[in-house]
Design a protein around this ligand. Structure first.
Ligand code: SF4
Length: 378
């Protein structure tokens, strides 16, 4: 009974605070499951400020499931370009097609059916169903998990299934039958704006009277940090193939990474030599010709999740390649709107810089008079 009274007090304090402090976000102005689902997908791993303009542009280009489903994926990827994690764009497109085909263009209100859609995990299903269809399902993301861990001073972290189960059970006690979507959004908002990872603003928190971590004066210690996977150092050889001021790209990087994105042809290896050998084999297989990999253009470093990658760029010559090689040609200008990886953008930038410095070296070497020399000669 005491627990129940406390749960009601916590819930009411949170909802009152949310009513007064909720930020004016575009997806909060709609009850349309399409817009709510779109925002939830975009917000996975991406900051709110980054998502807002993408969300608005995307909605203008594809205002509903039907328009999104009918569009070619390339157009969807163009609108997504720069938001990262392109697998989400692929899932978004596939989900829209399934919804049009199987559910008449309406996001299903049944949890089991929603979960079968590409890219709709437990969290996304609960978030969409609670906000769009008023179903009392807890939406436990990283921000909500942090608030819960501190409120009850729980040990453990979100990656542990025992932690997730306990948090969901407790959230289920707190979530109201009426307007559960507002409750879920209020928990997320509190985690994003008040119960911050490093410096929680406990004095502005509506839950401080019940918060155990606050009472213990050590809120930052909750939740426990998740164990880190050790960093792996690898080499990547990438081919820069140029034709008529355009550069060759192929879909996917290597070893199944970035399969939806255009990349410079590349291959991983444990050593520089192994990466280069694998790249040569890969190009020979794709083009049915043994490529001529010429001098090294330079190296750069790039990190993808736990991989620390030393990238070596090789200029390559490719004559008479097969049209079935999967190669697509992009100019540097095209890259602004094309679905290419961040690594490919970084390489393109390095090529431009190299080109400019080579040009200035050339100009100096050719004896073109600098302004001061020109004056002296006169
Ligand atoms: S009182 Fe502090 S630690 Fe507790 S939930 Fe609020 S902001 Fe987080």
């Amino acid at each position: 009974m005491r627990n129940q009274i406390q749960s009601i007090a916590v819930r009411n304090a949170l909802l009152n605070w949310f009513q007064a402090h909720a930020r004016d976000l575009p997806w909060r102005k709609t009850q349309d499951p399409y817009g709510i689902w779109l925002s939830e997908v975009m917000l996975q791993q991406t900051q709110i400020a980054t998502v807002i303009p993408y969300y608005q542009r995307f909605l203008r280009a594809f205002p509903n499931f039907k328009r999104l489903a009918a569009s070619p994926f390339e157009k969807v990827a163009e609108q997504w370009s720069g938001l990262g994690y392109y697998r989400r764009a692929r899932h978004l497109h596939l989900t829209a097609q399934r919804i049009v085909r199987e559910f008449g263009g309406k996001f299903p209100s049944d949890y089991q059916k929603a979960r079968k859609l590409p890219g709709v995990g437990h969290y996304t299903a609960n978030a969409v169903l609670s906000i769009a269809y008023n179903q009392p399902l807890p939406a436990l993301d990283g921000n909500v998990a942090r608030v819960m861990a501190r409120l009850y001073a729980w040990k453990g972290h979100l990656q542990q299934s025992s932690f997730r189960r306990a948090a969901e059970r407790k959230l289920q006690e707190l979530i109201p039958l009426e307007n559960p979507g507002a409750f879920n959004q209020a928990m997320m908002e509190l985690g994003q704006t008040v119960c911050l990872p490093r410096h929680p603003v406990c004095e502005a928190c509506p839950l401080s009277p019940w918060c155990r971590a606050h009472r213990l004066k050590i809120p930052e210690r909750y939740p426990a940090p998740k164990p880190r996977r050790p960093t792996e150092s690898v080499h990547l050889a990438a081919a820069i193939i140029q034709k008529d001021r355009k550069l060759a790209f192929i879909r996917g990087l290597d070893e199944g990474l970035m399969s939806d994105l255009w990349n410079f042809p590349a291959a991983f290896g444990k050593s520089k030599g192994q990466a280069l050998k694998r790249l040569q084999e890969k190009l020979a297989k794709a083009t049915r010709k043994v490529p001529r990999l010429e001098k090294t253009l330079g190296t750069l470093r790039h990190n993808i999740t736990f991989r620390s990658i030393q990238v070596t760029l090789h200029r390559a010559k490719l004559r008479d390649y097969s049209p079935r090689s999967g190669i697509r040609w992009f100019s540097i200008k095209d890259l602004d709107h094309a679905p290419v990886s961040q690594l490919a953008r970084k390489i393109a930038k390095a090529i431009i810089l190299d080109h400019h410095s080579a040009l200035s070296r050339h100009n100096r070497g050719a004896g073109l008079p600098r302004r001061d020399q020109a004056v002296k000669q006169r």
